[in-house]
Design a protein around this ligand. Structure first.
Ligand SMILES: [Zn+2]
Length: 69
């Protein structure tokens, strides 16, 4: 399982797919590079975790660290 912690990423939050290197931007909602599989919210309606699938290599990636932003 691949986990990306956004608090450990510099810049705008883009990161390369851990498997194929395709650049994934959590801000990009076009679903060109990835598909959202699941969204987890905290009790006070903050984004806690995003589960996405890379469109290129079909790897499942968990994105965390939203609450720290
Ligand atoms: Zn990929």
């Amino acid at each position: 399982m691949h986990v990306i912690d956004l608090t450990k990423i510099d810049g705008s939050g883009d990161f390369p797919c851990p498997r194929c290197g395709s650049v994934i931007s959590p801000e990009d909602e076009s679903e060109d590079t990835y598909i959202i599989q699941n969204v987890k919210m905290t009790r006070n309606d903050q984004l806690e975790e995003l589960v996405i699938q890379c469109n290129k290599c079909k790897t499942i990636i968990h994105i965390t660290g939203f609450t720290a932003l």
